[in-house]
Design a binder for this molecule. Sequence first.
Ligand code: ZN
Length: 326
Amino acid sequence: MTVLALWHKPAVPLPFRVRPVRGETTLSFVFRLAAANELVRPTTLLRSIGHPDNTSPDQFMVLKNWDAQLNLAARERLAIFAGIPLERLARSLPMPGLRHGTTALATPSLHFAGVRATTRTHCPRCVAQIPGTPVIRVYSSAADSYCRRHQLWLGECAAQPPVNLSSAPEIAKALHRRDKLLRSDDDPDWISSHVNTAQDIMLAWRCNPDPLLQRRLTRRWNERDATVKAANHAHQLLPTRLLVLPESVILAEILTDPTWRRRIGLAELVHEQRPFYLHIAHRLGFRGWTAGLHTANDPLRRWVDQHQAQHRNTYRFTSRHPAPVR
Ligand SMILES: [Zn+2]
């Protein structure tokens, strides 16, 4: 008698459903679904979803930072077992695509891959509230980096411990504003490059706070750092780019503002540039101080020089309200 592999059998919705966490790895979700339905081994559900094409699944794969890549036929079976339409499931689970292998497309297939470098654990306090406190792994790039409910910044890799931001609400607000800024344009990569530029400028000011305005920022950052450390265990460190994020986002908003881009792009003389630097100082909360912002070696000044060299002629020969110059 021929014994059919589990994936040959028709998929049916399991009695208990599990809500996927945004950015969750497929394997993490499958193992939770198996646990909720009291399957003794989660690998039984894996083998029911599809044929493992590179290694034999084991029940500790989530702990070992593995994920399962599924072809379309296997995804459709997972959606049926989960009782969630595939389209909706895919909105939460990134489900990285299965490479084209030798397995026929019609055969539901699983391929296992290590994902340690790109994943981290979900918010520990959210997990603590889920019955059984399961291990939930998420892709850092697809999951929220901040848990609003518990005011925890969750880091971007497994090595980064969560940071309690309850004592620095301006950082949490900056994370929200940064995400809003990234969503504000049809070209998020362009916005993202300016967020990175603004962040690099702030990091340079943090490392080398020479002029007056930056010394004032240093005081603010030192106080913020001390406040966050006091609310966390001593060994937990706030990454510098998170420490300076509120100011980075403010600067990124200015660097991507079409009106200011045009104005500073055309401002050749020092007195014409002054309103731009005054505006930045004002938005950062320091009225009237621009000293040092436009000295030759300052990274902000270097951005201005580069921006002018790249776009001055475009601004000069276009009408007052053209499409934004990129
Ligand atoms: Zn949480």
